[in-house]
Design a protein around this ligand. Structure first.
Ligand code: GRG
Length: 299
């Protein structure tokens, strides 16, 4: 697979996701509660990278499944991801005014509507993942996908990670603690994306294991790269060289490991992710290129 084919595949997966999201969460101008749908769509259709849906599709396809049957699962994980970003931006959490370059949900719709749009997206996600059955997936596989999503999103995964993040807000933490926090806060959802793709395709145990090793390494590389991008963004804003003390006062990999070691860790984890897919041979080219693309991303 060359770069052009890779980009075309990324675009196809993103377009499949966008088209289905619009169907799963339609505009409802005739309803008195239409603002709820406006707020859900405002955040859902705001141009994210769609990394999690891409992973669902790519693993489903790699394990011999039909991506159409995984389409509801791909949309469901994006709904959970979007809810988490809306709630993360709220004044009681990170209190961010901007998300993806435009006003965050509570700035646009008010705090109560943003909270409710997040709630509705989380519940919609479970209505949606169960639609894998109507899309042609076996019932047992559909239920397994729903269980994977529930476990990753809740107290075993993302919500637990967010609680750890809040608990650690004013305390120094070690790199190991940060790795554990991120494994829950962002890693769990990335692993769930790969796992849902595998399960919906009826993957064998070794395939699921290889997919999980890839997703685990990719998730950590993704988070470290996120920190590196934050530092680069701060430096650009402050007009200071990257790695200056002013940017190192946060609990990030860059602060804990340093700039060079963080860059090396992204490269090593990306390698590790690609090696995990060796059992799939050349068929895993797309996912290998995706790992490289994530490590080289600038946003
Ligand atoms: C509020 C329950 C609850 C959880 C929030 C995921 C999360 C937990 C907070 C997000 C905070 C954050 C910005 C973490 C950095 C890594 C990350 C998840 C970035 C956003 O994901 P991308 O880059 O976003 O996939 P796009 O915009 O591309 O969809």
């Amino acid at each position: 697979m060359d770069k052009v084919q890779f980009e075309a595949q990324m675009k196809r997966y993103a377009q499949m996701t966008e088209a289905a999201l619009v169907r799963f969460v339609p505009e409802q101008p005739e309803l008195p509660e239409h603002i709820l749908y406006e707020a859900m769509r405002y955040s859902l259709l705001a141009g994210g990278k769609r990394l999690r849906p891409v992973l669902v599709f790519a693993f489903c396809s790699l394990c011999g499944g039909n991506t159409e049957t995984a389409l509801p699962a791909a949309c469901a994980i994006e709904m959970v991801h979007t809810y988490s970003l809306i709630h993360d931006d709220l004044p009681c959490m990170d209190n961010d005014d901007l998300r993806r370059g435009r006003p965050s949900s509570h700035k646009q719709f008010g705090e109560a509507n943003a909270l409710l749009a997040g709630d509705a997206l989380l519940t919609k996600a479970f209505e949606t993942v169960l639609a894998c059955r109507e899309a042609g997936a076996q019932e047992s596989r559909t239920l397994q996908a729903a269980a994977i999503l529930a476990r990753a999103a809740g107290d075993h995964g993302m919500v637990a990670g967010q609680v750890l993040d809040l608990l650690n807000e004013n305390r120094a933490i070690t790199a190991e603690e940060l790795i554990d926090l991120d494994a829950k806060k962002t890693g769990a959802m990335i692993r769930a994306s790969a796992a849902m793709g595998c399960v919906l395709a009826g993957a064998a145990a070794e395939q699921k294991c290889a997919a999980d090793a890839y997703a685990k390494a990719l998730g950590l590389a993704f988070q470290i790269q996120d920190d590196l991008l934050d530092v680069a963004g701060d430096a650009a804003l402050l007009g200071k060289p990257t790695g200056s003390d002013a940017q190192n006062d946060k609990r990030t990999y860059v602060a804990l490991l340093g700039l060079e070691a963080s860059r090396r860790a992204v490269a090593d984890l990306t390698d590790q992710a690609k090696k995990a897919l060796a059992p799939f041979g050349g068929k895993a080219a797309f996912l290998c290129m995706l790992a490289d693309r994530m490590a080289a991303r600038e946003s």
